[in-house]
Design a protein around this ligand. Sequence first.
Ligand SMILES: [Zn+2]
Length: 249
Amino acid sequence: MTALLYQTDSYLKEFDATLNGIDAEACAVSLDRTSFYPGGGGQPCDIGGLTIRDKTYPIERLQKRGEDLLHFLGRDESGYPRSGFDDSLLSVGLAVHGQINWERRYQLMRTHTAMHILCGVIWRDYSASVTGGDMEPLKGRMDFEFETLHGELVRVIEAAVNREIAAGREVRIKILPRQQAFAIPDLIRTKINLLPEGISQVRTVEIVGLDLQADGGTHVHNTSEVGLVHVVDYKSKGAINKRIYIEIT
Ligand SMILES: [Zn+2]
């Protein structure tokens, strides 16, 4: 089982861990703990490095396998391990050191929090719920159940988002028992009921006074860290579906 350190400390850039599984064919290892985000909820996975016996392997892909998180030790285009993977050098119980690419991760944290601020503002001001979204560092797009969207309205939304950022709202993470989370009315609108049956705990991300969602991603501690949000484009994706594109500086 891999403990997911980023769930409670998204600012952890480096960590020590123990190797607890090796998949030689996949050129991947699992660890007892990690701060690598595997990807999900629109947020791409972290990249970085994993040092095992003085050799640092690039990590560019991760995958959940049961309770474990597999870290793929980077390969080149021909499928050979880029950094000379030799599984005879690896054994369960080895101490390893991981380091995530912090510049990229922090940009993703700012972006992900910006997306939640946008959701919160659009729900509060227009009662429109979000239907999907995707992000990369400092860029994102979100779809809303919105009937009419026009240039003037987009500027109003952008200004409201930046006011919430400037307000310096605290971002709180909680891990709650399933029943307790399901009893929170605010979480119903973000489709918490779609969570798989087997999940006994729900992680929530609250932008205090603005937004509350069940969410597995990494976020900044305070909205003031986000920067400035620019709505750079918008599109109609159907009668009641509108897409908003943002960038962050
Ligand atoms: Zn999210």
